[in-house]
Write a protein that binds this ligand. Structure first.
Ligand code: PHE
Length: 445
């Protein structure tokens, strides 16, 4: 691969990977999952999963991508050929590419909502802004037409960027976007803590209540860790292919994980104080939590409308830098088949995803009574991808690096000090693969 096909400078890779990781998963999903899963117990298991599972899986994915220098499917193919392993390893790449497309179908719906909130300003002089906010959200989500409009807009933007190519499309924009997002989310959480109920929030998030831990919480926390770090489906693997040769994987992974977790916790601290200080808002609101709470905070803030616009703009861009990484693995793979141009592939995939997204949109309104195993269509896709496909993908990555490839492969390509290398390898082989299996078994029985 020529130098022009890697990202310029170490920080661009970190920012692009962090751009993939930091998105709706942190700002929208993490707080509502914490809220619906009882608070601190979820946070604790989540943090453990990030360190024990997320870290080794992410490093392994980058390792595969950086070594293969191709789309996940073909990097896996290359490695399995070179090391005389079964050709079936490329199905791991295909599973991931599919998971990305499925996730994008509903991700785009929520990202579209965030998009629309840029233009949503509350009328002045409201007596009860939190009531108004809840009603606004429920009216919005019961209107298929509006949701389709914003879903379309978001998906088209994603396809345009991916169509131009990941390096050109995002290399530059993440450089200024990500730092801005970090600063802003910190400012909002300081403001919320100041005007809202910080004490209850901190207790809710951090005082561990072991008795509240259930199999469902453990599985959801693991699924959320995979989702939030963009691992288990090849997004980070696909980006690894563009990593500068000299860049160190270990340090990079630590930085990405730190940034991702930091933003998730900061989002919690931005949202919960407002919820706890408003009796008409509820922590268990589910997917509407972000959209119902933060506009209330902005409403009471001087220049609130302005801040609201900036905030939802930032979320939309963060979502965009994640959504492109959901589409990239499938696109890169099809492009390597050399039958169709990148633009044709993106139009084809985009249309497919758009249709699939309609089903998620309808599960808010006209299909809300349609249930499969007690879940509506959107919840089913969410469960299928986050709780099954991503962990299964991550597990296979761990098997490949930890058990099927020789130790020397890791040693030569990871560039770690001997002692760190040993610890990493031990974690990968036993702790990480073991805990994924245990969590699966625990949640089934
Ligand atoms: N990690 C992204 C987020 O938190 C979502 C994502 C999942 C992106 C899987 C790529 C792959 O919003």
């Amino acid at each position: 691969m020529s130098a022009s096909k890697t990202w310029q400078g170490n920080s661009t890779f970190i920012l692009a990977a962090a751009g993939s990781a930091v998105g709706l998963g942190n700002i929208w999903k993490f707080p509502y999952m914490v809220g619906s899963n009882g608070g601190s117990a979820f946070v604790l298991i989540y943090l453990i999963c990030i360190l024990a599972i997320g870290l080794p899986v992410m490093a392994s994915e980058i390792l595969i991508g950086k070594y293969g220098r191709k789309s996940p499917v073909n990097s896996l193919k290359k490695i399995s050929q070179e090391y005389e392993l079964s050709h079936s390893w490329r199905y791991l790449g295909i599973l991931g590419a599919l998971a990305g497309v499925i996730i994008l179908s509903y991700y785009s719906v929520f990202a579209g909502m965030a998009f629309s909130y840029i233009f949503n300003s509350f009328p002045p002089g409201l007596e009860n802004p939190s009531n108004y906010s809840s009603k606004y959200f429920s009216d919005f989500s019961s209107s298929p037409g509006k949701l389709i409009f914003w879903h379309t807009l978001f998906l088209v933007s994603t396809c345009l960027i991916v169509g131009f190519g990941v390096i050109k499309g995002i290399g530059k924009s993440v450089n200024f976007l990500m730092p801005f997002l970090f600063i802003f989310i910190i400012l909002i959480s300081i403001y919320s803590s100041y005007v809202g109920d910080l004490k209850t929030t901190l207790r809710f998030l951090f005082s561990p209540d072991f008795s509240a831990i259930t199999p469902k919480i453990v599985l959801s926390a693991m699924g959320q860790a995979f989702f939030s770090l963009s691992i288990g489906m090849g997004a980070i693997m696909a980006y690894g292919a563009y990593m500068p040769e000299k860049q160190l994987i270990g340090k990079t992974v630590l930085t990405i994980i730190f940034l991702d977790t930091f933003v998730a916790i900061a989002a919690g601290i931005a949202i919960f104080p407002i919820v706890f200080s408003n009796s008409s808002l509820n922590v268990t609101a589910g997917p509407g939590l972000l959209f119902e709470t933060l506009p209330v905070a902005f409403y009471s803030l001087p220049y609130g409308n302005f801040f609201s616009i900036i905030f939802f703009l930032l979320i939309s861009i963060a979502a965009l830098s994640s959504s492109i990484s959901l589409l990239e693995p499938f696109t890169a793979w099809m492009e390597e088949m050399k039958k169709y141009s990148r633009s044709i592939i993106v139009i084809f995939l985009g249309s497919l995803i758009w249709f699939l997204g309609l089903a998620s949109i309808f599960s808010f309104n006209i299909w809300s009574d349609l249930k499969f195993f007690g879940l509506n269509f959107l919840e089913l896709l969410d469960y299928l991808t986050n709780n099954l496909m991503l962990p299964a993908g991550g597990f296979l990555v761990v098997l490949l690096i930890g058990w099927f490839l020789p130790y020397d492969f890791v040693k030569q390509n990871l560039n770690l000090k001997e002692i760190y290398l040993k610890v990493f390898y031990f974690f990968l082989r036993y702790v990480c693969s073991g805990s994924i299996v245990l969590i699966f078994l625990y949640s089934i029985f």
